[in-house]
Design a protein around this ligand. Structure first.
Ligand SMILES: NC(=O)c1ccc[n+]([C@@H]2O[C@H](COP(=O)([O-])OP(=O)(O)OC[C@H]3O[C@@H](n4cnc5c(N)ncnc54)[C@H](O)[C@@H]3O)[C@@H](O)[C@H]2O)c1
Length: 373
């Protein structure tokens, strides 16, 4: 049985009545999503921001009332000013290739860190990040936002109650038909890869979380780059970096599939794409010996009752605590920083997922099964 998902908060005296003071590093699209959430959380103040792109930095800070003297074009300059800013934490929203450098610098400066998914460019960098967090005694939370939705909470309630029994198979599906964002996302030197590391990471983590976090032991995978970024289409994609350009490089895969084995004998099948001649879909599926769950927008349970096969759809239309997943995620980070409560998306979870992602690319490259240690 998986661990309970929420922990008791252990209030630290130093934060009584005081807000957590956070700096945003990387002021692009997701940083906008984060700050909209932070603005609804009374216990936090976003005091500074940093981006290597000066025009994006000022656009963001103007929009969100971050004063001119608290804007920085390098992480080093931001951290050099941490005493004046009285920073407690940093929220890292930069390109994947810079997650490790920015997070490690902030941890070494004595800040708690929230780092967006994927944890890093590769496992080696992810391990260095955790080492920095441990050495400095600071929190390193990873942005696995799917863990924080109302629907995930409901799914976990059923899983913890034993409704699915022993989960032995899962399917992780995140398919976009025309969804290569371009810009740095399509540049392997900055992203680390395409849909596998960008979208697959979400559903792999969500499924592994619901499976009780078994240890991955091997991966057999393939990727394809048949359709590219579909520039020929007249339609555009919805998620695009502001600085993406028409002639940007595109050297990432556009499709990936993998079979992941875990130490408890369970397996997970991944399918993910930026470009595909098929319908776009985000779906998590879990199959256990007592029940199954197909979880697209809402979790639906397939089980048996009184000798009949029955389908159960929990009514989540009137939740007591209806908070969007990003707000719940940011609230949890702020709670962790202020109270020292146990983090629900730890660095070690990020490392296991990074090991799976690295193994997928390695297996796709070699055509062989890759063993994870
Ligand atoms: N949780 C989610 O659902 C979700 C959704 C989208 C993106 N993300 C993640 O968030 C991160 C950012 O994605 P985005 O869509 O906001 O990209 P973006 O291009 O809109 O923003 C990234 C910003 O980081 C800046 N940057 C890069 N390196 C930097 C550095 N060393 N120091 C300071 N700034 C730096 C860039 O100039 C850019 O403005 C990525 O890791 C991505 O995977 C997560």
């Amino acid at each position: 049985m998986a661990e309970p998902i929420m922990q008791t908060y252990d209030v630290q005296k130093s934060f009584e009545g005081k807000k957590a003071r956070i700096a945003i590093i990387g002021t692009g699209n997701i940083a906008n999503e984060h700050i909209h959430s932070y603005k609804k959380i009374p216990e936090v103040e976003i005091v500074a921001a940093c981006d290597i792109n000066e025009s994006k930095l000022h656009m963001y800070c103007d929009r969100h009332d971050i004063p001119a003297e608290n804007r920085y074009t390098s992480v080093e300059a931001l951290l050099a000013d941490k005493e004046r800013l009285a920073l407690d934490a940093a929220d890292v929203c930069v390109w994947n290739c810079n997650h490790a450098a920015c997070s490690i610098a902030a941890l070494n400066a004595g800040l708690h860190v929230f780092c967006e998914k994927p944890m890093a460019y590769n496992t080696e960098q992810a391990l260095a990040m955790k080492e920095a967090a441990d050495r400095n005694g600071k929190l390193l939370m990873i942005g696995f936002v799917m863990r924080f939705s109302n629907e995930m909470n409901a799914a976990m309630d059923f899983i913890h109650a034993g409704t699915l029994g022993d989960i032995y198979y899962a399917k992780a599906t995140y398919l976009r038909r025309h969804g290569n964002p371009g810009g740095w996302f399509a540049d392997k030197s900055r992203s680390g890869g395409g849909p596998v590391i960008d979208l697959g990471v979400h559903v792999i983590d969500a499924n592994r979380y619901m499976m009780g976090q078994p240890k991955p032991v091997s991966v057999y995978a393939a990727t394809a780059d048949k359709l590219g970024n579909r520039k020929n289409l007249k339609t555009t994609v919805s998620w695009k970096p502001l600085d993406a350009k028409e002639d940007d490089i595109c050297d990432v895969e556009d499709f990936g599939t993998a079979l992941i084995r875990f130490d408890n004998g369970a397996t997970m099948l991944l399918e993910t794409s930026y470009s595909l001649n098929g319908a776009g879909v985000v779906k998590r599926e879990l199959y256990g010996d007592k029940g199954g769950m197909v979880f697209a927008d809402m979790p639906k349970i397939y089980t048996e009752m009184n000798g009949y096969m029955v389908d159960v759809t929990p009514d989540l239309s009137y939740p007591k605590d209806d908070v969007p997943q990003f707000r719940r995620e940011m609230q949890h980070f702020v709670d962790c920083v202020r109270t020292g409560c146990e983090c629900r998306a730890k660095a070690e979870d990020g490392i296991w997922v990074m090991k799976i992602l690295d193994a997928i690319y390695e297996s796709a490259r070699t055509g062989h099964e890759v063993i994870i240690k």
